[in-house]
Design a protein around this ligand. Structure first.
Ligand code: HEC
Ligand code: HEC
Length: 254
């Protein structure tokens, strides 16, 4: 599907009809006419793209449009400039761009119905993605290696781990320990709340550590459930993961 040049889309949903005599004291509501590209850019940053109040994520929670725009944040999804021309998606598990997006809308953003190629939102999103400057190897397939078989990463440096929490986890989980500023109410304060929910009298130290490993590597997939995205080996190396788990003091657990 190529959507370049689709007609202008009306962004505002509310339109107050004001006659020639003006609107009295009412605030004036304007219909904002925008191009499909502008509409797509707005949708990319808007959680209501999923049309459910249950969802708090926007596409930009997990993807940069242009590489580098999220600073040093570590996002689980690939940058999307160049995506329209990639040969395949999701590490080769998907060949169709619309389906690749629908997976995100369904699994992470809990949208009921998938977009069809005719949906205005889909056309606007395609127009936006097509408009992004695809430099260098942006149009090449992005490597995405999910970890199915879990193992314990080597313990690392807790100071580096503290920074990794900020860069990779805090956007949804908030500050470490307190959870302050979390985006998603269901996302536990790390690591304390998760450890409290998996108490020592019912779980061994290894099991308590592996809960973190399983959740980060599988996200909601491989039978885990939930709306957290998986972190691939490319996004978070085993060494970095070890730093993070050391910051959470999971190797010291009894
Ligand atoms: C909660 C995180 C999350 C949200 C929200 C999300 N995605 Fe994704 N998305 C991912 C992950 C993880 C992948 C798989 C890794 C990858 O291929 O980028 C992915 C894959 C993709 C891909 C395939 C990229 C490629 O080259 O393999 C596209 C395209 C995409 N998402 C678009 C979107 C759009 C558009 C939205 C908003 C409607 C969105 N995503 C929302 C996490 C997310
Ligand atoms: C895009 C949002 C998002 C990001 C980023 C994110 N999480 Fe989560 N996480 C969630 C949500 C939401 C839950 C609640 C369960 C669910 O819906 O999957 C969760 C749950 C968890 C749990 C609890 C698992 C359980 O079964 O009790 C752990 C541990 C966890 N996340 C660790 C992390 C770590 C570590 C990072 C950073 C590497 C991270 N998460 C990044 C959204 C996120």
């Amino acid at each position: 599907m190529r959507a370049r040049g689709v007609p202008a889309a009306a962004l505002a949903c509310a339109a107050l009809a004001c006659g020639a005599g003006g609107c009295g004291g009412d605030p004036e509501t304007k219909i904002v006419e925008a191009t499909a590209v502008e509409h797509g850019a707005a949708l990319f940053r808007d959680p209501s793209v999923a049309e459910t109040s249950f969802n708090r994520y926007s596409c930009a929670t997990c993807h940069e449009a242009i590489p580098g725009e999220a600073g040093d944040a570590i996002l689980p999804g690939a940058p999307l400039a160049g995506a329209v021309d990639r040969p395949h998606y999701w590490g080769g598990q998907e060949v169709d761009l619309l389906s690749a997006i629908n997976h995100c809308l369904y699994y992470f953003m809990t949208k009921d119905l998938p977009w069809t190629a005719e949906d205005e939102a889909a056309r606007a999103m395609f127009a936006y993605l097509e408009s992004l400057p695809a430099e260098g190897d942006a149009a090449e397939a992005v490597p995405f290696t999910p970890i199915y078989i879990l193992s314990r990463p080597p313990a690392g440096d807790p100071e580096r781990g503290a920074l990794l929490h900020e860069r990779a986890c805090a956007s949804c989980h908030g500050r470490a320990r307190s959870g302050e500023g979390r985006l998603v109410e269901r996302a536990p304060a790390l690591p304390d709340q998760t450890l409290d929910e998996h108490p020592r009298d019912r779980y061994t130290a290894v099991e308590r550590l592996l809960i973190f490993v399983e959740k980060v590597r599988h996200g909601g997939f491989v039978g885990y459930g939930g709306q957290m995205p998986p972190f691939s080996l490319e996004v978070l190396s085993e060494e970095e993961f070890g730093d993070l788990l050391s910051f959470y003091e999971l190797y010291e657990l009894r």
